[in-house]
Design a protein around this ligand. Structure first.
Ligand SMILES: *Cc1c(COP(=O)(O)O)cnc(C)c1O
Length: 365
């Protein structure tokens, strides 16, 4: 029985009536750009994310750019982020004009190590971008304490962590601004690109709205120079149709993770994802470690189980950052992980039979 890595078609089939109705409504109302569907989704997502303001935009990468611009990152500034993330997090720091400074992850959780942050701070440091990687919150108490001590701002990259909580508090509510992606495969995904920045600060929300919409709030009034990064009505309507299901989908992912944990953690050489106390993991990805990762992946793939490596090269070692001349010893955990991590099939609709198949194949290996 083949097991896909994710199954967006299956998700669509379970809510087909709602999605089709949403798309038809946008076409009927001619509400392709801006309009009531976008406004409604911004309101609904702000409520779900437990923040005052949601500013939608074209994707999660742009969201990071607007957040950095709102924090006034500029040439000469240094911004600290995790060595282990998707490239957007680091690339947008560079595009804001600032310099990206990488920190190693902690050995257990794949999230940025607060001890490494403290060691990386210089007089030029202006902010920190923790990433709630794979769906597990970073250590926000420690990070916020460092930020306060050194007067730094914090932007949370929540692209993989919709509805995740740290000590009961929603991710994205700790820092000045937080960013979300609604890329189709994310826990809340559009049928195309989509993203958002969220904040409790009305002035920041207004500034980021202008950045995303040609620099103005009203047509032909360009207060600043912005870009075109609007969420389109079709994606907004699809996201509004999916949002009411997100809590149940999250529980389904967490239940599936428990089944993997129980089935895999007695197997020699397999390290199942560790969840630190007081953190709710939403399992955008279920990522194990294995010393012979490539052979394990080949075995699973040959038997019809799709897997992924998120990500095969840690950010400091990508060609894009060759100019820094980073060495493996500077990021020992991220460097070790890049050769050992393997993401297993994980989606809300995954069946017990599919998971048993994966577990059995891992056991045989
Ligand atoms: C997906 C993702 C992004 C970028 O989002 P896009 O919508 O693909 O631009 C940024 N950061 C992380 C951690 C992500 O996983």
């Amino acid at each position: 029985m083949p097991v896909p890595f994710a199954d967006l078609q299956l998700q669509y089939q379970t809510i087909k009536v709602e999605i089709d109705r949403a798309i038809a409504g946008v076409i009927r109302d001619n509400a392709f750009i801006r309009g009531s569907y976008v406004d409604a989704f911004e309101r609904e997502f702000a409520e779900a994310a437990e923040v005052a303001h949601c500013v939608s935009c074209a994707n999660g990468t742009d969201a990071l750019y607007f957040a950095l611009k709102a924090m006034k990152a500029k040439p000469g500034d240094e911004v600290i982020t995790s060595a282990h993330s998707w490239i957007s997090t680091a690339a947008m720091i560079t595009h804001s004009g600032a310099t990206v400074v990488f920190c190693d992850t902690d050995a257990a959780t794949f999230t940025i190590d607060p001890v490494a942050i403290e060691a990386a701070i210089t007089p030029r440091t202006v902010g920190i971008i923790p990433v709630h990687l794979y769906g597990q919150p970073a250590d926000m108490d420690a990070i916020m304490a460092i930020a306060q001590k050194h007067e730094l701002w914090v932007i949370e990259d929540c692209a993989q962590a919709h509805l995740a909580r740290y000590k009961g508090r929603m991710v994205g509510t700790f820092g000045e601004v937080a960013t979300y992606s609604f890329y189709p495969g994310k826990n809340l995904g559009a049928m195309g690109d989509a993203g958002a920045v969220v904040t409790n600060d009305a002035a920041l929300a207004e500034h980021m709205t202008m950045l995303a919409r040609h620099g103005g709030l009203v047509k032909h009034q360009h207060n600043i120079e912005g870009v075109n990064s609007r969420l389109d009505g079709m994606q907004a309507a699809i996201l509004s149709a999916k949002l009411p299901h997100l809590a149940a989908w999250t529980v389904a992912r967490q239940d599936a993770a428990k089944i993997y944990d129980a089935g895999l953690n007695q197997i020699a050489d397999i390290v199942v994802p560790e969840v630190a106390s007081s953190r709710d993991h939403v399992y955008h990805l279920y990522t194990i470690r294995h010393p012979r990762r490539d052979a394990l992946a080949a075995h699973l793939n040959a038997n019809g189980v799709q897997t992924a490596i998120n990500y095969p090269t840690a950010l400091p070692f990508l060609p894009a950052y060759a100019r820094f001349g980073h060495r493996p010893e500077q990021f020992p955990n991220a460097h070790l992980d890049q050769g050992q991590i393997l993401s297993l099939p994980m989606f809300a609709e995954i069946t017990r039979e599919q998971q048993d198949e994966v577990i059995e194949l891992v056991r045989k290996f």
